[in-house]
Design a protein around this ligand. Sequence first.
Ligand code: ATP
Length: 231
Amino acid sequence: MLEVKDLDAGYGALRVLHSVSLNVAAGEVVAVVGSNGAGKTTLLRAVNGIVAPTAGGVEIDGHDVTGKPTEKMAKFGMTHVPENRLCFPSLTVKDNLDLGGWSRRGKLDLDPVLELFPRLKPRLQQVCGTLSGGEQQMVSIGRGLMADPKVILLDEPSVGLAPKVVSEIMTVMTRLAERGLAVLLVEQNVRASFKIADRAVVMQRGRVVLEGKPSELVERPEVRAAYLGGA
Ligand code: ATP
């Protein structure tokens, strides 16, 4: 579904990504992990065209979408849930969610989002700024889903959330894959993401250095030492 090939990208003269390749099939969760500054956020931005790739390509379902503007990406079925929860604080939950449906052809449908996040149902008329951090994250993901995407990119959805909410969010990743989405998940929380990911990619200094099933990667001493506290 999503195919990233030999992608290079950066900011001005700073080259951050070096020939990054990965793919995510429909129904699959792929986690991208790596230390601070490894280039994970830049990878999602380059895949979504927010940062223009300088080489390589991105395909959705065989269509070349490399460097296309966000609205084109949305039309091809890609949605990006950025790092800092996008929740317009003075708008209601419903208005925040509706905003996510701008690129959708058909009628707006809140039901698939409310089915994933039942906690939002009684809060549809509450303004987003008064929600808990976890609920704001649910709105942020829910807004991405309103576009009815085929591919969803998520940048650290668990950051700053209590362990119980982190596991709720991770369960949602699995449910999205069950609905047939291709899920590309950037996470600092390696343990939580490895529990639900089908495959994981380890990035270091803008390169993919390891890739495999989480169950295989956790056996690697370098992965344990760097990301699992040596446990
Ligand atoms: P973190 O986990 O800390 O968010 P990351 O793996 O997501 O890190 P990036 O945010 O992609 O890493 O950053 C990769 C490199 O690109 C860093 O050296 C960072 O300083 C640099 N960088 C990120 N954004 C910009 C920008 N807008 N302008 C210039 N350099 C940037």
